[in-house]
Design a protein around this ligand. Sequence first.
Ligand code: SAH
Length: 212
Amino acid sequence: MRLRNVKNKEEIIKSSKLLITNPKDYIKKWNVLFSNDNPIYIEIGMGKGDFILENALRYPNINFIGIEKYDSIIARAIQKIENIENIPNNLRLIRMDAKEIDEVFKNEISRIYLNFSDPWPKKRHSERRLTSVSFLKKYDNIFKETKEIYMKTDNVQLFEYSLVTLSNNNYIFMKISLDLHNSDIEDNIMTEYEKKFLEKNIKINYLEAKKK
Ligand code: SAH
C-alpha cells in the first residue's frame, strides 16, 4: 500500500489508547486485556482499518485486533478510529510484522482475516505470502480450538496458491467464491482496497476455511 508519510505519526502512535505498543507482554493474557473470554479475531495487514472497525462495531461480543506493518498506515487508521464518537472497547491495534505473530499470541485466536494481502508473485518470495506453509505453521500456534482463516483477494494467483496450501494443511473450505460481489454471500464488510476494486469492476476472490 502506498501512502504519503504521515508527519506526526510518532505522536499519533504514542498517544493512542487503541495501539498496544508492547504486544509480546500480552502473550497468553489477551483475555485479561479485554476483561472477558470472548473469541479473538485478528486481521493481518489491516491497512487504514475500515474493515476491523466496522466488525468491532457490528459484533460487540467478539474481540478484534488489527495488525499492520507500517507506522504511516497504522497512524492513519488510529486517526480515523479515534475520531469516531464511541470507540468500541473490543478493538485494539498492533504495529508489527506478521512474522512475529507467534511471539504475541499463543492458543488465543479463533479467526484470522487476510484481506488483499501482498501477493509476492516471485517464486523466491513465496514464503512471504501470508498463506505460505511457514505462516500456516505459525497460525497453528496462535489458534485456539476454533481455527478459521477468511480471505479476500483480487489476485487469482495468490488465491489459487492459498487454496492449495490450505487444503494441504488440513483446512476445509466452508465458502468459496470467485466473484464475491455476485455471490449469495451475505454481511460482507468492505475494505479500502475492495471499494477501489469494485469501482473498477475487478472480481474479488473469497474463501472461508476451517482447520479440522
Ligand atoms: N486490508 C487492507 C489493506 C490491504 S494492502 C485492505 O483490504 O484495504 C496489504 C496491507 O498489509 C498493507 O497495509 C501492508 O502494509 C500490510 N502488510 C503486508 N505484509 C504485512 C506483514 N508481514 N505484516 C503486517 N502487515 C503487512
